[in-house]
Design a protein around this ligand. Structure first.
Ligand code: HEC
Length: 167
């Protein structure tokens, strides 16, 4: 089994809330783009070691049900909605960045679910990329308020597209 780079972020996120072992974020950081790496049980691996050569990681499989991912995505979405109008709050852009990335990451995990319709993966990926765009827009040197609002609307629409589909 191989671990691809996009999955590393998901592993890192899930490791935060799971007592089970996953490849550490540090081992992901050492992975050059486009390459894969095999990993072993944690006892055989120190932080300095880069690519352990024994054992295989289990295939990535989400633990959270879609309804639980949605509880997280929905709550993050609400936080962005609260933060957007608070233009005098100095932590507002950081909050928008963080909650957008949480939506992107949970949507990344959502792409691993195989729900109906066939376009499920595509719709989850669409939400993921809009959420990432929003996080980038919030990190811009001079954030464009109109763009932030437009992306939030796009994000909202991407949720509805999937919710309106027949699951
Ligand atoms: C690719 C499909 C898909 C996308 C995109 C999606 N959702 Fe969902 N969402 C679902 C499905 C499927 C359910 C029903 C889950 C269930 O009950 O099993 C759901 C349910 C929900 C729920 C109700 C949770 C519950 O079950 O109690 C909320 C809240 C929610 N989504 C928020 C969002 C928000 C906010 C977005 C966009 C940022 C979003 N979703 C994007 C598929 C999606």
């Amino acid at each position: 089994m191989t671990v691809t780079r996009p999955l590393c972020a998901a592993f890192a996120l899930i490791t935060l809330s799971s007592a089970l072992w996953f490849p550490s974020a540090a081992s992901c950081a050492t992975l050059p783009a486009g390459t894969t790496s095999s990993v072993v049980a944690p006892a055989a691996m120190s932080d300095d070691e880069q690519t352990p050569d024994a054992g295989e990681a289990p295939p990535f499989k989400p633990f959270a049900r879609v309804s639980s991912l949605m509880a997280g995505i929905g709550s993050a979405f609400g936080k962005i909605g609260e933060a957007l109008p608070q233009t005098d709050d100095e932590h507002r852009l950081d909050a928008i960045t963080a909650w957008s990335e949480v939506i992107a990451e949970l949507s990344n995990v959502n792409t691993q679910h195989r729900r109906k319709p066939d376009s499920y993966l595509e719709m989850a990926a669409d939400t993921r990329s809009i959420a990432l765009e929003l996080s980038r827009a919030a990190r811009a040197e001079v954030p464009d308020e109109a763009q932030l609002k437009a992306l939030f609307t796009n994000l909202d629409n991407s949720c509805s597209t999937c919710h309106d589909a027949d699951h």
